[in-house]
Design a protein around this ligand. Sequence first.
Ligand SMILES: [Mg+2]
Length: 209
Amino acid sequence: MAESEGFPLAEPGLWVERTTARSFPAGRPALFLDRDGTINVDTGYPDNPVAMELRDGIAPVIEAANEHGIPVIVVTNQSGIARGYFGWDAFARVNGRVLGLLAEKKAFVDMVLACAYHEAGRGVLAVADHPMRKPNPGMLLEAGCRLGLDLSRSLIVGDKPADMEAGQRAGLARGWLVDGEGSTIGGFSVSPLRGAHHVEDLLAAIRSL
Ligand SMILES: [Mg+2]
């Protein structure tokens, strides 16, 4: 596909990009983050970089992981691409803007994975229940492989139950659900992330890794 040229695609529907030059010894735990609704305000299939806004409280979480040598990894479902709403070029612009807004706050993401596959998609992107699409754990496992992570000590922050399920199925230690409730999924503990005191709880967990 000509429109995909020059983009870091591991396959037609999977973006895998190292976004810092920081290196990590094998066996580190990671901080995984969903993007839309977790890092930036979810505008619904966001395709306009100018409209992107960070959510309150998330940049300090990423900065804490940076300071503690914890790799920060974005794992984002982008079915808008399969559905034909926008292309990888628009994804690149929006994602670049989100990473730029974080960088203005001295917060840096080390790797980005994005999955475009969806059953309602077109052409090669029309795949139901693709292993890389959350709630499947494929993107987390792929990052774990590439960076030699200790997934069993890793954390995930997301705004959907699918994010928490992906974390549980990847064997992560714990999750935080933006604007959600605490729960347990098969021994995997999910904590709410609704305000400053919950952010403090997450920061403490990152600092104790
Ligand atoms: Mg989300």
